[in-house]
Write a protein that binds this ligand. Structure first.
Ligand SMILES: [Zn+2]
Length: 427
């Protein structure tokens, strides 16, 4: 609950309380840079404990950019790090974001942004929409689609379920294109709850602690999956010898985390698949005394993956068919025109394409329009942008009653009043 109070302090939800707290604990700073100090009260200590989690989730929403320091405030829409990572020029230390905005006030000055920022910052800045009407900078909560602070999302952040190195790892793991039982197995291996001999002995089961294959080492998950002689042969033959580099005390999670930082999804899928293969082989050896070669483990794992991919594909076709059936276009009511619109992001070239088609109450084509808009945006921002373009397009049609149809529920909700506070609302 202290996180909520911290969020209220950042937002100056109660100006008097904020002023008192600032005078007492961080007179020359902002809450996000405040320190514990010499004689902290219990309350201040608790508030400060939530500072890190809150600072990871809060972002500055750029209005006119005058009230946001370029280098000292998290304002970039990145879940891992909202601060600029480009080197700071000493003379620009206290510069504010309005210096990066062009003179027309509603677009970024790309020349200055290019000069000042590295590629990562540059891309993130171009994802930030600027308001059409000038407004002051404010705060929003990045971990919620509507930009509203919730204790739940903050708690998840603290537990590492979203963002950050740890959060990124779990996210990567749960999103692996692998059968559910394999991802589940990987999660159990990371939580160190696989029933290895060492774990069984801990639970007072009367078994031999040694690995049933090499009979040399205590059988822990990390041994079976990475350091046992069989595992070493398998990883080496698969060109993944680095998997066997395990220092004393490392867990399965440590090894996977190390491998999941870099590399590509294909490699992670292969690692996950082979870990599961090694564990399955171990069970067959221990409980059924059936040996399996490296070739056998690889074939078993690959055929499981192929079967699963095939079933996913078939299910996909089925769902698509169903969606297409459910999403039949309907005519608008008599006297109305229906505009269907969509957007496509082409972030590599920094453009979004928006298109609209207008049809009358008999379903007859009236007119269509498509154009490109400069900027690199996320899908929902692009959808909001396409609606804006369609509204501008239809604005000149006199007294025509129009219905707009688009894919994004978030945009539709926002138009119908659930406005929220996220940067996408600026559109
Ligand atoms: Zn062994």
């Amino acid at each position: 609950m202290f996180s909520k109070q911290a969020w209220r302090l950042i937002n100056k939800a109660n100006p008097l309380v904020t002023e008192i707290m600032k005078a007492m604990y961080y007179p020359s700073k902002e809450f996000l840079n405040a320190e514990l100090g010499m004689n902290p009260s219990y309350m201040w200590r608790s508030l400060l404990a939530s500072q890190e989690a809150v600072s990871q989730g809060c972002r500055r929403k750029i209005g006119d950019g005058r009230d946001t320091f370029i280098w000292h405030i998290p304002w970039l829409p990145c879940e891992v790090n909202g601060f600029m990572t480009s080197p700071m020029h000493p003379e620009l230390e206290n510069s504010t974001v309005n210096g990066l905005i062009s003179e027309d006030h509603n677009s970024w000055d790309l020349d200055i942004v290019h000069d000042l920022c590295n590629e990562r910052d540059n891309k993130l800045i171009q994802q930030i929409p600027l308001p059409a009407i000038s407004r002051m900078d404010s705060w929003y909560w990045l971990l919620d689609n509507k930009g509203k602070f919730t204790v739940r999302s903050c708690y998840r952040k603290i537990r590492g379920e979203s963002g950050g190195l740890e959060g990124g790892f779990w996210k990567k793991m749960w999103s692996l294109q692998l059968p559910g039982k394999i991802v589940n197995f990987l999660w159990r291996a990371c939580q160190n709850v696989l029933p290895t001999m060492a774990e069984l002995v801990k639970k007072q089961v009367d078994v031999n602690m040694l690995c049933g294959w090499c009979m040399l080492h205590v059988e822990e998950a990390v041994h079976t999956l990475f350091t046992c002689s069989f595992a070493r042969t398998l990883w080496t033959e698969e060109g993944l010898h680095e998997m066997t580099n395990v220092d004393a005390g490392m867990t399965v999670k440590d090894v996977l985390k190390r491998e999941f930082i870099d590399g590509n999804r294909e490699k992670w899928v292969k690692i996950g698949l082979l870990c599961w293969g090694l564990w399955t082989r171990r069970n067959m050896w221990i409980w059924e005394k059936k040996p399996m070669s490296v070739f056998g483990v690889r074939s078993m794992a690959m055929s499981l993956l192929q079967e699963w991919q095939q079933s996913q594909e078939n299910a996909g076709k089925g769902n698509k068919g169903m969606q297409q059936r459910n999403r039949k276009w309907c005519k608008p009511p008599e006297g109305w025109v229906k505009i269907n619109l969509d957007a496509a992001c082409q972030n590599q070239i920094g453009e979004i394409g928006v298109a609209c088609v207008a049809r009358d109450d008999r379903g007859e084509f009236l007119r269509a329009r498509s154009n490109r808009v400069h900027g690199s945006m996320q899908a929902r921002e692009a959808e909001a942008r396409s609606l804006k373009e369609a509204l501008l397009w239809t604005h000149t049609w006199r007294k025509q009653k129009c219905i707009f149809e688009l894919d994004s529920k978030l945009v539709v909700d926002a138009i119908h009043g659930d406005r929220g506070n996220s940067i996408f609302m600026l559109l």
